[in-house]
Design a protein around this ligand. Structure first.
Ligand SMILES: NC(=O)c1ccc[n+]([C@@H]2O[C@H](COP(=O)([O-])OP(=O)(O)OC[C@H]3O[C@@H](n4cnc5c(N)ncnc54)[C@H](O)[C@@H]3O)[C@@H](O)[C@H]2O)c1
Ligand SMILES: O[C@H]1[C@H](O)[C@@H](O)[C@H](O)[C@@H](O)[C@H]1O
Length: 337
């Protein structure tokens, strides 16, 4: 039984604790912590977990074999570094850290440890629909992929959500997904800012992020975070001989009164429910067998952060911003091969 400690017991922390305690096998949540001590005490009390005062204390708990970081993005670096220093596997929700410099410090720490400890929560790689889309591309049935059109729509966002987060917190999913989908790095980005959505107050919303991949594929991503009607994730790949796209938002359609009705998920918990289950079950298995995590690595977290940093600069300046990555450390090249 893998004993997991969870840092951050907000929305996704609680959702992951629910799946770790009621859905997945071979795992128990033995400890929790949150700067909001009342919420940590409440969540910990419900599952009989030790409630720690700090994340560092939780990492040092001998009853914690592995750590799940679900606190806000700017706090990820300190907890991931603490877990690496303790030699404990750490699953960190996206983003790995909010700047590429912070990600590089994590890469250095993991390289000094000598084997992979870190997995980043880019769950789209575990989603059935995205996996089927990748199979359609890899099979060659639409010919060489040329372009991809994406939409990432949130009904609303929390009050602490700021302008740059449209790139660093939201579009970062597409940034990771296209690297995985096309097996190529993003080489340049641009951001266009259309007419303002008044639902978002002062927030610059929506945005259009345009990514140029090193192999020539061009990807556009509409990011809308106050679209009201629901959580809608779309993707269509245009190939030489055809297109491949994600299906609709729901498996069931109701036809009545002269209309077709298809429910749209309310948020990411509903849309990616199965993907989070698979992602964490595979992580639990890999760690329990004494192996290294097999999902998105600290290198993937760094590469995504380098692109999102460039996206933030493109948003601020209106420029096309080029991206160059540091040389890939051996640890990750070996894991990929
Ligand atoms: N993979 C996904 O689809 C997905 C979905 C949602 C959130 N996330 C990521 O998960 C993280 C949390 O998001 P959320 O929606 O659950 O936010 P949230 O605000 O609901 O929860 C975050 C929790 O972290 C706590 N916290 C903040 N700083 C802390 C610190 N220094 N130490 C301990 N706890 C701290 C807060 O008090 C809060 O309870 C973010 O990085 C977000 O990007 C990923
Ligand atoms: O943290 C959340 C989460 O990553 C969701 O999957 C994304 O749609 C939101 O925009 C983001 O704020």
């Amino acid at each position: 039984m893998l004993k997991v400690g969870v840092i951050g017991t907000g929305m996704i922390g609680q959702d992951h604790i629910r799946r770790l305690t009621t859905v997945l096998n071979g795992v128990a949540v033995t400890a929790v912590t949150d700067v909001d001590t009342a919420v940590a005490a409440d969540v910990g009390g419900r599952i009989g977990a030790t409630v720690h005062a700090t994340g560092e204390e939780l990492v040092g708990d001998p009853a914690v074999d592995a750590v799940l970081v679900c606190s806000w993005g700017p706090t990820h670096e300190q907890y991931v570094l603490a877990a690496i220093a303790a030699g404990k596997p750490v699953f960190c929700e996206k983003p790995l850290a909010t700047t590429q410099e912070a990600c590089l410090r994590i890469l250095d720490a993991e390289a000094a440890h000598g084997s992979r400890l870190v997995q980043v929560g880019y769950m789209r790689r575990f989603d059935f629909a995205y996996r089927a889309l990748k199979m359609a591309v890899d099979s060659g049935e639409i010919g060489l992929p040329l372009m991809m059109h994406c939409a990432h729509r949130n009904a609303s966002v929390p009050p602490f959500y700021r302008g740059d987060m449209a790139i660093t917190d939201t579009a970062v999913h597409e940034i990771d997904m296209v690297r995985w989908m096309f097996g190529a790095e993003v080489s340049a980005v641009r951001v266009l800012v259309p007419r303002h959505n008044r639902n978002g107050g002062e927030l610059e919303d929506p945005l259009l992020l345009i990514m140029e991949m090193a192999d020539g594929v061009i990807v556009d991503v509409e990011v809308s975070v106050n679209i009201r009607y629901g959580y809608d994730i779309r993707g269509e790949i245009v190939g030489e001989n055809g297109t491949a796209s994600l299906g609709g938002p729901a498996p069931v359609a109701v036809r009545r009164d002269g209309r077709v009705g298809v429910p749209v998920p309310a948020d990411w918990r509903e849309r990616f429910l199965q993907a989070y289950d698979v992602e964490l079950q595979e992580w639990v298995h890999a760690i329990s067998l004494g192996g290294q995590p097999l999902g998105p690595s600290a290198w993937d977290g760094y590469a995504a952060a380098a692109v999102s940093d460039a996206g933030v600069e493109a948003l601020r300046t209106g420029n096309r911003v080029l991206i160059s990555l540091v040389d890939q450390p051996k640890l990750y090249a070996e894991a990929a091969g």
